[in-house]
Write a protein that binds this ligand. Structure first.
Ligand SMILES: [Zn+2]
Length: 429
């Protein structure tokens, strides 16, 4: 069974993970809640409320590194960042249709003047208002907006579970407004971004064409002809990519077909992660157009895409998948410097300062523990590398580097820095 994540026809998150998963992950020491505590990434507070994780300095660093990676991939393809407030008048969701469908999932706010507002459970209608601010010539299409932002869902307390299901969800959201003839290229680009992103975590991705079910056509918006055109386009993209895509009839969103990506983790579980969705409904509801070559208004289409989906959920998946052992580029502490004894602490400090100056996240262990104990601590903190410095290292101006797969060797500091930087730059798994 595949665990669903973000989909735009529902406000975020999607389906739950089967109950049997948590004990299994726990038994293997892989429960993300336990790993998150051990690695000091996030915390819950009774005063703030359940389902509302608070991000520690280390957890925030990891979230930002993940988000920077997605942005690095998107930036190359003409995406631009936008920003929106976290609340809106109810009229926005009445126009989008979300008020009718999802009003029970929304956190409602009443202003002092008695106006109804809601905390946003998705970002699309806000982004649409940015696109609609002025007319767009066909020459400036597509418009690609990206924003990593938090949204809120009034989940029932019993449904909440660590980071897997929360009330404050961060999405690496993007919306592309384009012409029909541009759909193929936009999907193809996002597909490449998704492939590159998931490869860095060692996930094998499987692709599903999520199509509508013509037998229940009343569930979907728009005519049969339009659906056929849209679905044929997605099939053609999958073929061009040489992907062995499966087809899920009845898995489409009510407004259009989707490409869903399913990741297989190291525990043999499947997670629905990234999604690319074609939407011909919202542009209709909000009357979104561009001015074409003939000077006429032409209806545009919208593509919704999240690479990680919910960052909270994505983190829960990678924590369990990697058992907390993040690759070097993502580890909050990349290197621990371990002086053999107190008299090597000065040299240890020199080494860690030099690493920090090179933007390597180093920490010096100044405890009074034995070297053996310091090494055990570094390992239990899942730090990718540690450097031992003793008499020999002080004398030869070097350090002894050891990683998760064993000793690398006693090397000059310049060589160590070069090696670590290379590993970070290539995002080696
Ligand atoms: Zn959206």
């Amino acid at each position: 069974m595949t665990k669903k994540q973000h989909s735009d026809d529902k406000p975020a998150q999607g389906g739950s993970r089967p109950k049997s998963d948590a004990p299994r992950a726990q038994a293997l020491g892989r429960d993300h809640k336990q790993l998150g505590r051990e690695l000091d990434l996030f915390v819950f507070s009774d005063l703030v409320g359940s389902g509302l994780p608070l991000w520690t300095p280390r957890g925030t660093l990891v979230r930002n590194l993940l988000d920077d990676f997605v942005w690095e991939l998107r930036k190359k393809h003409g995406y631009q960042k936008v920003g929106i407030p976290h609340i809106t008048k109810r009229e926005l969701y009445e126009t989008s249709g979300h008020w009718d469908k999802f009003k029970d999932d929304l956190f409602h706010i009443t202003s002092r003047e008695g106006r109804d507002f809601a905390l946003k459970p998705m970002n699309c209608p806000h982004h649409i208002q940015i696109f609609a601010r002025r007319p767009h010539s066909y020459r400036e299409m597509p418009q690609r907006y990206a924003e990593t932002t938090m949204m809120y869902r009034d989940e029932q307390s019993g449904e909440l579970n660590g980071l897997s299901r929360v009330r404050a969800i961060t999405i690496d959201d993007a919306h592309v407004f384009c012409r029909e003839e541009q759909i193929k290229e936009e999907f193809s680009t996002i597909w490449d971004i998704i492939q590159e992103f998931y490869a860095a975590f060692g996930f094998k991705l499987q692709v599903r064409l999520s199509f509508h079910d013509p037998k229940t056509s009343e569930k979907y918006l728009g005519g049969e002809e339009r659906w056929k055109l849209a679905e044929d386009t997605l099939s053609a993209i999958a073929k061009e990519k040489g992907a062995e895509a499966t087809t899920g009839i009845g898995e489409a969103a009510f407004y259009g077909p989707k490409l869903d990506f399913i990741a297989h983790d190291s525990l043999g579980r499947e997670w629905q992660v990234a999604t690319i969705q074609l939407d011909m409904n919202m542009p209709e509801r909000f009357d979104l157009t561009c001015i074409n070559e003939k000077g006429e208004k032409e209806r545009v289409v919208m593509v919704h895409c999240a690479v990680m989906g919910s960052i909270e959920r994505f983190l829960s998946v990678i924590l369990e998948h990697m058992q907390g052992s993040f690759p070097l580029w993502l580890a909050p502490v990349q290197v621990k410097v371990l002086p053999v004894s107190e008299k090597h602490a000065g040299y240890g400090k020199e080494i860690s300062d030099a690493l920090i100056a090179e933007e390597i996240r180093a920490e010096l262990d100044v405890s009074n523990e034995t070297l053996g104990k310091k090494i055990r601590n570094a390992k239990s903190e899942k730090v990718p590398y540690f450097l031992v410095v003793g008499d020999e290292e002080v004398k030869t101006k070097s350090a002894t580097l050891e990683g998760r797969s064993g000793k690398v060797g006693t090397l000059p500091l310049a060589d160590i820095i070069a090696k670590l930087k290379e590993e970070v730059a290539t995002k080696a798994a």
